[in-house]
Design a protein around this ligand. Structure first.
Ligand SMILES: Cc1cc2nc3c(=O)[nH]c(=O)nc-3n(C[C@H](O)[C@H](O)[C@H](O)COP(=O)(O)O)c2cc1C
Length: 264
């Protein structure tokens, strides 16, 4: 495995799927791991610890924070319903974060969901978070590989443009937050039927750069090189999208976030 950075990075594993690459990633020298949608096994934890690495677990309530803390993680991530992408959370951070902070004690808690600006980061720190995790703000940067139509839709989005749904559940039947695009609107107009009865369910709507089929209701987001009806694909976005109105470089964004955070 070859690395393109000497800086810090972390590996993120969704534990609804087997973390097949874990040994290789540890071997490559990754020092930070994050787990969501489940708890890492004791075997995984011992591999991470033996490599001198740290790990965090994503939670969203007092109950699952308590279970995660039994595994002695280095940090927790508190995800709220405002987040973009697949959402493990069952409540907004307004409710989840105080519960998680109450049981976390000295373990740092990062807030995830709806954070778009330095002011948002300041507000999260003010109520006790140690830091934040940002998704949607960073997919709208120059380095991001989204297809142009997806970037355009993100920039056009307003306050009610996202929806929490299980519409795009062909590959993984889990809740997610996405933009209200064609596929969602047509499915909703039909009364949100279950798998097997969804309109246009078998349609191949696009192709990846390598030529593989992309089906309607697939969890696949449109990226550079995809062709076809990209507008009907799954476009993840958090509720913070309404505050995102430009495409800076990641470096410009970090600089801006710091300035806003420090209120300069
Ligand atoms: C395009 C996109 C892809 C994501 N993919 C993953 C993923 O593979 N694993 C995961 O745990 N979370 C994933 N997330 C969720 C993020 O980890 C995080 O919870 C979320 O982006 C935070 O909310 P925000 O988007 O409002 O900043 C994704 C989010 C987005 C927007």
């Amino acid at each position: 495995m070859s690395l393109k950075t000497n800086g810090n990075y972390f590996a993120n594993y969704i534990l609804q799927f087997e973390p097949k690459s874990l040994d290789k990633v540890i071997e490559a020298g990754c020092k930070y791991f994050q787990f969501s949608w489940g708890l890492p096994s004791l075997e995984i934890i011992s591999k991470i610890r033996n490599a001198g690495a740290k790990f965090g677990i994503q939670v969203s309530s007092k109950n699952n924070a308590e279970k995660a803390l039994e595994l002695k993680p280095d940090f927790l991530i508190c995800q709220g319903l405002e987040a973009g992408g697949h959402i493990q959370a069952t409540q907004y951070n307004k409710y989840a974060l105080p519960q998680v902070l109450e049981v976390a004690g000295e373990i740092p808690v990062l807030v995830s969901g709806g954070i778009s600006t330095g002011e948002d980061i300041r507000a999260a720190i003010h109520i006790g978070a140690a830091g934040v995790v940002m998704g949607t703000r960073f997919i709208t940067t120059k380095e991001s590989n989204l297809a142009d139509i997806y970037t355009r839709k993100l920039l056009e989005a307003g306050e009610n443009s996202t929806v929490y749904t299980n519409c795009y559940n062909k590959d993984w039947n889990a809740m997610h937050r996405v933009l209200r695009t064609n596929t969602f609107l047509n499915w909703e107009a039909e009364g949100c039927p279950l798998i097997g009865n969804k309109p246009g369910e078998g349609d191949v709507i696009a192709k990846s750069a390598s030529g593989s089929d992309i089906y309607r209701y697939s969890a696949r987001r449109p990226v550079e090189g995809d062709t076809g009806d990209l507008e009907s694909m799954c476009m993840y976005a958090g509720e913070g999208i309404s505050k995102i109105k430009d495409i800076p470089t990641a470096a410009e964004l970090i600089e801006r976030l710091w300035k806003e955070f420090e209120n300069k």
